[in-house]
Design a protein around this ligand. Structure first.
Ligand code: EPU
Length: 434
């Protein structure tokens, strides 16, 4: 059989956005990507059937489901009920292969549960990605302090526990979300007490702690930077609803401001977005809190707003590209400082194709607002960059074609239908890649 030839014009999906329509109406949120993946991994900690509800319809959930299946779990995704049911065997497998890990970095979150439950984990190293180098040193140091033997060989992180993990006093150099989760999920089944100092406090961490507590875990200090975990011998399966996606909620808020629209975001927890909503007010929006979310109204051109990203409760890095898009059409200039991911400004080169004036220097970006942007083809390099480019397309003159749609699909459930429902002119199309 002749060898398959590479094709330079294979079809690819794009989003075509025609700018100039204010967004009006309401959207309803689903659960947070950055929580649901960890909740699914946490299911590994108890044999039996765990049900997770308020699950977003995103690609990453499907990848995590496949990863759990390969570990021996039975996973069903009930789309109508937005629920995932995970039946975990008594003896799960412990290998997470590169073909899945390379598609979804968050696969690393099975590391803690596997070490705790099976006493071993072979997890492919995810490597860096388009937003930065993304080390794992704090995950590894935490597990080692608890008695795990961790090494890396042939691209895999290999963790072994001779007997059972032992609780330990651990501290993080930086309140890493991932390292907090790995150590937390390992500690709940360890012998004795674990302390995690300088722990991350994101609402998604609180969500996992809440689920683990319902499973029988003993955790104090939830939502603070010191977590105290008293290990237990076993946990039991539960049903748990995923926390609403604050980043998707914030993205809708920015979209309302940029387009001079009026959008109610239902099913949101506004307390998780305090700083971001205040920034929208500084930009000139009226933000009203609703019983089940918030509403953002805007008239006229937004004012530029400075942003400094920090771990929660600071301004989230996952809203930084969207706020750069906002600043690119604002009155005045804004200084945006990115403190989490060194490469997260990469996407400004794409925004520049639409006419944005952004200069970067290390972890600072100076954005000078322009009166208008002009539609052009652009490439999304990660989820949030993709969202930022779509938002820019909503206000650019003419048509913007966004490539790299799979990135957006990883984090935004039903993005195109929701945008259309709000009055945006946007469609998903297949084009030849040339
Ligand atoms: N870091 C280390 N060593 C470690 C752990 C982290 O150097 O052992 C560094 C990272 O390289 C990075 C910084 O610390 O520069 C922050 O990393 P963190 O561990 O806090 O982030 P994460 O767990 O890798 C999660 C979200 C990200 C979100 C960040 C910060 C998931 C699946 N991902 O990543 O979400 O930006 O927390 O809030 O939960 C996104 O959704 O677009 C996204 C990138």
């Amino acid at each position: 059989m002749p060898a398959a030839r590479a094709s330079y014009d294979a079809p690819v999906e794009v989003l075509r956005v025609t700018g100039g329509h204010p967004l009006q109406g309401e959207v309803t949120l689903t659960g947070a990507k950055n929580s649901v993946l960890k909740l699914m991994a946490a299911a590994l900690l108890a044999p039996g059937t765990t049900t997770i509800t308020n699950v977003p319809e995103i690609l990453d959930v499907e990848i995590m489901a496949e990863l759990l299946r390969r570990l021996g779990c039975d996973v069903t995704h009930d789309l109508a009920a937005s629920a995932v049911r995970i039946t975990v065997p008594e003896n799960p497998d412990h290998r997470a292969d590169y073909d899945l890990v390379r598609r979804m970095r968050a696969s690393i979150c099975v590391l803690g549960p596997l070490v705790a439950r099976v006493g071993a984990a072979d997890v492919a190293l995810p490597g860096g990605d388009n937003i930065g180098s993304r080390g794992l040193d704090m995950h590894v140091a935490g597990l080692r302090r608890m008695g795990a033997d961790v090494s890396s060989e042939h691209g895999y992180l290999l963790a072994q526990v001779p007997d059972r993990l032992t609780g330990a006093h651990t501290w993080l150099d930086f309140p890493s979300v991932g390292a907090t989760e790995t150590i937390l999920m390992a500690a709940v089944l360890a012998r004795g007490e674990t302390v995690i100092d300088n722990a991350a406090r994101e609402p998604e961490i609180v969500d996992i702690c809440t689920m683990l507590q319902a499973m029988g875990a003993r955790i104090d200090g939830v939502g603070t930077s010191t977590l105290l975990i008293e290990g237990v011998d076993q946990l039991h399966p539960v049903e748990h609803a995923t926390v609403p996606d604050r980043i998707v909620a914030g993205t809708w808020g920015v979209a309302a401001v940029m387009t001079g629209g009026d959008v109610a975001v239902r099913g949101a927890n506004a307390e998780h977005l305090t700083i971001a909503l205040e920034k929208l007010e500084t930009a000139g929006a009226v933000v009203d809190l609703l019983a089940d979310g918030f509403r953002v109204r805007m008239e006229g051109r937004p004012r530029a707003v400075d942003i400094v990203t920090l771990p929660y409760p600071g301004f989230p890095t996952d809203l930084q590209p969207q706020f750069i898009a906002l600043n690119s059409i604002a009155e005045g200039a804004a200084l945006v400082t990115e403190n989490l991911f060194e490469a997260r400004f990469r996407f400004v080169q794409e925004l520049a194709r639409l006419g944005a004036d952004v200069r970067t220097d290390g972890h600072h970006a100076l954005v000078r607002g322009r009166g208008s942007l002009s539609g052009a083809p652009v490439e999304a390099t990660d989820i949030r960059a993709g969202a930022g480019l779509v938002l820019a397309g909503l206000v650019a003159d003419g048509c913007t074609t966004v490539y790299g749609v799979s990135h957006i699909d990883r984090g935004y459930s039903g993005f195109v239908p929701s945008l259309r429902g709000l009055g945006a002119e946007i469609s998903r199309e297949e084009v030849s890649d040339r």
